[in-house]
Design a protein. Structure first.
Lengths: 505, 460
């Protein structure tokens, strides 16, 4: 694929599927309103819609809040009847968590709705976790810095996934990202297809997760990564042969060192058929691979896939233990093209809280360790490192690339684009109340495929704009130049402001 | 194959309205009286199930709502909002946080471990136990089929002194005396409480649960009374009174006793052991900057087990107190350095609030640990500490039914047991004894930060 000339898909407006989008501010119009319509004319953000008695602030999630008061179009001041009131949305404080605070959620929803970077005063770059990405900033050269900013158009965001130099095809993706595995059964078919179709439109890949290859995915074979995980559910020679990338999942960040568990309720006849199991009975994916107890066994595994599909690239997905660097080297010598490090704070599937919080290390530590170790081994340029598990924004993506990754793999961000609010109750009752992670028919129908596809395309389009903006400010021509550039980022706990030459963002 | 250790659990409902994080605020004013109200569409049927608390002025706090926001987002006149429950925010304190307390309540009620989707949502790291992560192994480890098979992971620990080599006589007979050991199926004992409402019901609940679990509860000598005499085989008496007042008959049947570390504890240990050589004596020390030296000296004098106790926030004594995990590392490594670590049992306590703390304190060098406040929290305690001031307990703990209380505590311990199995399983370990002092199988915040983040932003 000639990615330098890749034609990125168009963004189209895809507003919230619920009546009231959730925003930072709430606007109320009192009875004093005479319906003169001035606010409709004034607001450049499209907050208001005409109404029979008075305008409706039906898009107040687009409002920029009290910071608008410096503008001459500030509706609150201009309203002749002083009928407009802006206040904080009281529900906002309940929304989200430390890693995905309300502002990051709302910012991401804005990108998914519009395809553009939020204009509201929303922090869409970091969360509020108090460490890792949330304490790391780019150091951009000052206005007269050394960078020679390009136009943005000539900046390449493409990465090559096969760096091994072997005879297998080169696989280039136009953005440094692909979409991670969420199995059919854990998410609805609409969610799954929305992600796959967005991956197709963006010229990248989407992984099936463990649980088989639904026939609905077959038109998109060239953009599918199929997963071979410890339960071997849905793995067939035929599915291995269909795809360009096959992924071994040794472990996952959501529950490092633990097996998978699909509750009986979620094993519908359809799920059971695909997994060659019995409907209604819970399915366990063991840990670890019972056929792999050494690096030699691992190589045998990789060889098996390579033999079955002579053209496929092999990716190895691992978690982040103390010896993650050795694991990565082992994967390389076993012949993997891609090693995916899945950090411990990410994941979408249900997992014991104790595992999510405590087992294995965050990606911000693991990735630099591996990058530096592979550099020292002299093999860094022969393997692609993909970071996942806790990448929430374009800024996280750019930061982890500066910390040594070639690209990233995403899951949660896609779900947020589909209006996941991170209530963490994916498993309760009939599954996700918002129709994302469920196989319940009624709940699944809460979402349409076209809408879901567009939301994900929109979000990553906005990410691309932000990534290009970052590269431009750093004076770089391609995302490949950013890999391992620890000098362009700083951690706020270890860098004094006065030590920094340039602008922090 | 040894018999599996299994903790029987059963649902034990709350006596009081649970304090949950968020509530629904619904205004009636401006309601359009839609033919199909969004409240009817609730996936969790919150509005039908609403279990309003008659004692509360407001009916807006709801314990069934799962925060899906669908009613908030679909009400045509936007009359429904979510709000943080103000009473939730003020539960406990900076250490015993609302999150920890509600997590303990959940386990005590259900006996299940907290599970949720959508990744981790908490802070990156934190003080104390939150500044470390435990290891996992990708491939080299014992087999483990999902949740099957994990019962074969042993959580047994021994309390007592160990001999390092056997001395044999000319005919091969064993000359070394074998010191007594007490086996605990779970590396946990129940400690005395820093504060508590009065009465026998709380200790009775502790003892019933200790018996069900096969472990022990520490009871003050001065608190011994006929009501708890039926549980003598699960009691560790803490000698806080005159040793002469202890009943010799009791001493002959007791398995473990705990004594203060004050003046010459070894003399007191000798005295008790002369009455009952099979008695294991634990010496209780208040954790402080000199504990490592103290422990080393006691080991040399023949101590069997030492219980190092921090305050309820996990802090030692002194003007610049260290957290228990740091001091425990130092004590452990000091004993390792002197080649005597394996002779003695180290028990840590104070500030142990969650299952993960148990695993982490063991990694930092403890063989076993003692817990206190979580046992009260299991019985709905809100860590308000009013009992300390002599004010009535808001959840009437003094009149708790010991049977119900013991089920709640046992449920909580079952949850902790399952969770330590998860940690051990992920690390590929078959028994908790191997976890002790395995600092190489953990990742510490300070080390990782120094290695990864401190060099960023430097040119050249």
């Amino acid at each position: 694929m000639a990615t330098d000339h890749f034609h990125f898909p168009e963004t189209k407006k895809a507003p919230s599927r619920f009546r009231n989008a959730l925003g930072k501010y709430r606007i109320t119009i009192t009875r004093a309103c005479t319906n003169c319509g001035l606010c409709l004319d004034l607001c450049p953000y499209g907050v208001y819609q005409a109404g029979s008695k008075r305008p409706k602030a039906s898009c107040d999630h687009l409002c920029i809040g009290p910071s608008c008061s410096k503008n001459e179009f500030y509706c609150v001041n201009r309203c002749p009847e002083k009928a407009i009131h802006i206040r904080s949305n009281p529900s906002f404080e309940v929304l989200g968590d430390r890693r995905w605070p309300a502002e990051l959620l709302a910012g991401t929803w804005h990108m998914a709705e519009t395809g553009t970077t939020p204009h509201q005063d929303l922090n869409y770059k970091t969360g509020n976790s108090g460490g890792g990405f949330d304490k790391i900033r780019f150091i951009f050269p000052g206005k007269n810095g050394n960078g020679k900013p390009g136009t943005g158009e000539d900046i390449s965001t493409a990465i090559e996934l096969n760096r091994s130099g072997d005879s297998r095809p080169r696989v280039t993706i136009p953005l440094p990202l692909y979409l991670g595995g969420m199995s059919f059964g854990s998410v609805s078919i609409v969610t799954m297809l929305s992600r796959v179709r967005a991956a197709v439109a963006l010229g990248t890949f989407c992984c099936t997760g463990e649980g088989g290859y639904p026939e609905e995915l077959m038109p998109y074979d060239d953009h599918i990564i199929t997963q071979v995980a410890t339960g071997l559910f849905g793995v067939r020679e035929e599915t291995i042969k269909r795809v360009r990338i096959v992924e071994f999942k040794y472990a996952q960040g959501a529950k490092p060192g633990l097996g998978g568990h699909l509750l009986g309720d979620k094993v519908t006849p359809r799920v059971a058929q695909m997994r060659e199991a019995v409907p209604g009975s819970a399915l366990f994916s063991p840990f670890p691979f019972h056929s792999v107890y050494s690096v030699e066994d691992h190589k045998k595994h990789v060889d098996w896939i390579k033999e079955t599909n002579q053209k496929a690239l092999v990716s190895v997905k691992v978690s982040t233990p103390t010896d993650v660097d050795m694991v990565a080297v082992g994967s390389y010598y076993a012949g993997a093209h891609i090693v995916q490090l899945d950090g411990s704070y990410g994941g979408t599937g249900a997992a014991p809280d104790i595992a999510k919080k405590n087992i294995a290390m965050p990606i911000e530590y693991a990735l630099p360790k591996v990058h530096k170790f592979l550099l020292a081994e002299g093999i860094r340029d022969k393997i692609t490192i993909i970071a996942s598990g806790g990448i929430r924004s374009a800024y996280d993506m750019a930061k982890i690339i500066a910390m040594g990754a070639d690209g990233v793999c995403l899951g949660t961000a896609d779900l947020v684009a589909l209006e996941c609010i991170r209530c963490h109750h994916c498993e309760s009752g009939r599954g996700c109340a918002r129709g994302i992670a469920t196989t319940d028919e009624e709940l699944t129908n809460l979402m349409e495929l076209e809408w879901g596809t567009q939301r994900i395309i929109n979000m990553y389009t906005a990410w691309r704009t932000q990534l290009v903006g970052i590269l431009k400010r750093l004076g770089m021509k391609s995302v490949a130049e950013l890999v391992g550039r620890f000098d362009v980022i700083a951690h706020m706990d270890y860098m004094k402001k006065e030590e920094i030459e340039g602008e922090l963002d | 194959m040894p018999p599996k250790y299994h903790i029987a659990t059963s649902q034990a409902s709350n006596r009081f309205q649970k304090i949950t994080r968020s509530g629904i605020i619904a205004w009636e004013e401006g309601c359009l009286k839609c033919a199909r109200c969004v409240k009817k569409d609730c996936v969790y049927q919150v509005y039908e199930k609403r279990n309003l608390d008659g004692r509360q002025m407001l009916d807006s706090i709801d314990s069934v709502c799962m925060d899906c926001f669908r009613c908030v987002q679909n009400c045509p006149n936007r009359l429904i909002h979510k709000g943080l429950n103000p009473s939730y925010k003020v539960i406990g304190d900076h250490y015993w946080t609302p999150e920890i307390i509600s997590n303990l309540w959940f386990q005590a009620e259900s006996g299940r471990i907290p599970v949720s989707g959508a990744g981790y949502g908490g802070p990156f790291s934190g003080p104390g136990f939150d500044a470390m992560w435990t290891d996992m192994s990708e491939i080299v480890r014992p087999t483990r089929d999902g949740i099957h098979g994990r019962e074969y992971i042993s959580t047994t620990v021994d309390i007592g002194r160990k001999i390092m080599a056997l001395e044999l006589g000319p005919d091969g007979e064993v000359l070394s005396p074998a010191p007594p050991l007490v086996e605990l199926p779970l590396p946990v004992i129940f400690d005395m409480l820093p504060w508590s409402p009065p009465g026998d019901n709380i200790p009775l609940a502790f003892l019933r649960s200790a018996k069900a679990l096969g472990t022990f509860a520490i009871v003050r000598q001065t608190g011994l009374n006929p009501a708890i005499k039926g549980f003598l085989s699960n009691i560790i008496i803490y000698v806080d009174g005159n040793p002469d007042d202890l009943d010799t008959q009791f001493l002959r049947s007791a398995r473990i006793i705990e004594i203060p570390g004050g003046e010459d504890p070894i003399a007191l240990q000798r005295r008790f052991k002369s009455i009952n050589p099979d008695l294991v004596v634990i010496i209780r020390l208040r954790l402080g900057p000199k504990t490592a030296e103290q422990v080393l000296a006691l080991v040399a004098q023949g101590a069997e087990a030492i219980h190092c106790v921090a305050d309820e926030y996990g802090l030692e004594e002194g003007s610049n107190p260290l957290f228990i995990k740091e001091r425990m590392k130092e004590i452990h490594l000091h004993l390792v350095d002197k080649g005597v670590r394996d002779q003695i049992t180290l028990i840590g306590g104070g500030g142990v609030a969650m299952a993960e703390h148990m695993a982490k304190l063991i990694i930092c060098g403890a063989d076993a640990l003692s817990i206190d406040i979580p046992l009260l929290v299991a019985m709905e305690c809100r860590v308000c500490r009013r009992c300390k001031e002599g004010i009535a307990c808001p959840v009437e703990l003094e009149s708790v039914d010991p049977q119900w209380g013991s089920v709640r505590i046992t449920n909580l311990m079952a949850g902790w047991h399952s969770q330590i199995l998860e940690i051990l399983g992920a690390m590929g370990m078959r028994e908790v004894r191997r976890l002790r002092g395995e600092m190489g199988r953990a990742m510490f915040f300070e080390d990782l930060e120094r290695e990864i983040f401190s060099t960023m932003g430097k040119r050249g």
